[in-house]
Design a protein around this ligand. Sequence first.
Ligand SMILES: Cc1ncc(COP(=O)(O)O)c(C=O)c1O
Length: 403
Amino acid sequence: MMNPMVWQLNRLKDLHPTPEVQAFHPGVVQPVQEYHATLPGYRFTPLHPLSTLARHWNLGGLFIKDESSRFGLNAFKSLGGTYAVAKYLSRTLDHGQPLTTHTLTSPGTRQRSLTFATATDGNHGVGIAWAAHQFGHQSIVFMPRGTAAARVQSVRAAGGQAEVTAFNYDDTVAWVAAEAAERGWVLVQDTSWPGYQEIPLWIMQGYTTLIYEALQQLQDFGVKRPTHVFLQAGVGSFAAAVTGFLANVFASAIPLIIVVEPTQTASLLRSATVGDGQLHSLEGPMQTVMAGLACGAPNPLAWDILQHWVGMFLSCPDEMAARGTRILANPLAGDPAVISGESGSVTLGVLSHIMASPLAQTLRQSLDLNEQSQVLLVSTEGMTDPVLYRRLVWDGLFPYDAS
Ligand SMILES: Cc1ncc(COP(=O)(O)O)c(C=O)c1O
């Protein structure tokens, strides 16, 4: 039996433009896009219309932003890591020049060799390793126990030193933070805590390039504003960055945002359910097939945005991610195939359940998903663990059971 999908309308939503939200104003984050555009291999990642599937589910439109080709690194995460590393280097150099690959690789920047350190399920570490390597510095990347060999290998292939710890993700973060302080490494972590906010904010601002591109691409399809945006969350930085940008662009007409987490690690859903405005973390082994979302301690900076602007928090079992991966790999006639890993495909899996399962009728209605809806999803990763991917798509691991 599948675990049920659990959801909570966000009672804290008040569209409050906090300073945290203003940090994602298009004017504020314009330098991020300008910087990314200077990186080798930068181009918009594709936004695929899934028109046949949209018709099948009686939706006005369905679009998925495919991040598997981002800088050739198989996930969106490098957008944040490279921006944070660049900002850090630029500030250390204090050269007052615009942030470009050219200024950051000039001989003056190499006078001192730095080591950038991070904890990661994989994708963020690949981005940090790649960015440090690009600018001629070192990186050391720590990954939770049980990390798939392919993910460790991807960090090494991007030029980083990769180590697997004996801890879960949250404990690995705490451990690396302590080690970095002792050893003089520059910690580039994609989550914040009191006293450590500047770098996580840069990372989050780095993610906005993705939604900036998506809104432009939607316009090309005649869609001025998506009505629904599903965002998957681990620590919540990605969801908050996209939400913050959309809040600034659309204000009170912000699309309905649905944040999706794995059942076992749904700390944002838990926080929304308690509803006291505080974060309520989860602890434990974080056992989910969605490696990128396996975190129980959310980013407080992200929560400051999400709690004011998200419409619904929702948790789902691994079967939804597996189903999303299979649907995207086997499209209906006329739609493109999208290769999407478990953390990338989960929102499509969730949408498939909402649109087709009799069990989800109330949820479907309360979300107002119908022929007027223009739904935006982000496939945040490609096939980052090929062995698992084939077990899902070829062998039918985690079969879906709608009953
Ligand atoms: C593929 C993928 N999608 C989504 C996320 C979620 O991002 P966040 O941890 O910022 O919520 C991650 C995080 O590592 C990821 O790797």
